[in-house]
Design a protein around this ligand. Structure first.
Ligand SMILES: Cc1cc2nc3c(=O)[nH]c(=O)nc-3n(C[C@H](O)[C@H](O)[C@H](O)COP(=O)(O)OP(=O)(O)OC[C@H]3O[C@@H](n4cnc5c(N)ncnc54)[C@H](O)[C@@H]3O)c2cc1C
Length: 271
């Protein structure tokens, strides 16, 4: 087993409930930390005795890890229920990153659907830390309901640091005075300069397909649109083949790929 394939022990240093089914864990290494990561990469998180799952890193480069997990099955439920101080195993970091700095001198546009904001949070924070490098930083977020919005408590701080953050919900409850509708509707008001934008998109696959198509209608080149694709992953090291999508092994060649690369493959079903 290569060193990279052996989980490092991390302690849960903080635990924040984002929504009824989603938790953000702050993780600190107990002994050997994993290698430094870049925003967009993921780790394999191991709940001892339950199993291992791929989860994106929600933090910019730095010593600790921040990972936001939605409880959908046995492993993610165990991770979401883990308390402060509990140990989990971490392998990685794996995969490609958003390449945020490629937007230097241009507009960085981030489009997130639901928990898709988790893989993008590190990119937003990295860009805001170098705010003057970018012409504009625009963050467009779609959530099913106001209650399901992740990182809701951070969005004002992102605005204060110079991001134009806009939120829309599919279904508004009492007291919601913001936008209602799908996230692609926010593109129309975002004054996208197609020649001078790099767009990062993450959310359910159908949302990413529709967003990428709408961006192309706005004149953005497919090579300037990046998506984070999810497939069933097991090894994380391009050995098992579970995450194959056409010619790509997404744990190695993804999860972040350009729309130019992804468009012909998105009609291909997972093997
Ligand atoms: C690169 C990558 C990054 C990810 N980042 C995050 C993240 O930041 N936060 C987060 O909450 N989740 C993330 N996921 C999804 C997460 O890995 C799955 O939810 C998890 O593997 C489910 O495992 P489980 O044992 O809890 O549930 P299971 O019992 O394995 O699955 C429960 C349900 O979720 C579906 N499912 C399982 N795996 C996936 C998947 N990869 N994509 C979509 N549906 C799936 C199953 O079909 C089933 O319907 C990511 C996945 C990938 C590939």
């Amino acid at each position: 087993m290569t060193l990279q394939a052996v989980p490092a022990r991390y302690r849960i240093a903080s635990r924040t409930a984002e929504t009824h089914d989603t938790v953000t864990l702050g993780l600190e290494p107990l002994d050997r930390p994993i290698a430094p990561h870049r925003p967009g990469q993921f780790t394999m998180l191991y709940a001892f005795g339950v199993g291992e799952v791929p989860i994106s890193i929600s933090a910019p480069a730095g010593p600790g890890l921040v990972q936001t997990i939605r409880s959908v099955g046995a492993v993610t439920q165990a991770l979401c229920e883990a308390g402060q101080g509990q140990l989990i195993g971490v392998r990685g970091p794996y995969g490609t990153d958003w390449g945020v700095a490629d937007a230097a001198g241009r507009d960085l546009i981030v489009v997130a659907g639901g928990i898709g904001l988790a893989p993008l949070r590190g990119a937003v924070l990295a860009a805001l830390a170098d705010r003057e490098m970018y012409r504009r930083i625009v963050v467009l977020i779609g959530s099913r309901t106001p209650e399901e919005l992740v990182f809701a408590g951070e969005l004002e701080a992102w605005r204060a640091l110079g991001a134009d953050v806009r939120v829309t919900v599919d279904r508004a409850g009492a007291g919601w005075t913001g936008n209602v509708g799908v996230v692609t509707q926010l593109l129309d008001g975002a004054e996208i300069d197609p020649e001078e934008s790099l767009v990062l998109v993450c959310g359910p696959e159908v949302m990413m397909r529709l967003t990428a198509r709408a961006l192309c209608h706005h004149g953005v080149a497919p090579g300037d649109i990046r998506l984070s694709l999810e497939r069933n992953m097991r090894c994380g090291t391009a050995e098992c083949g579970h995450c194959q999508l056409g010619p790509l092994l997404l744990c190695r060649d993804g999860p972040v790929v350009s729309y130019q690369q992804a468009a012909p493959l998105l009609a291909v079903k997972e093997l």
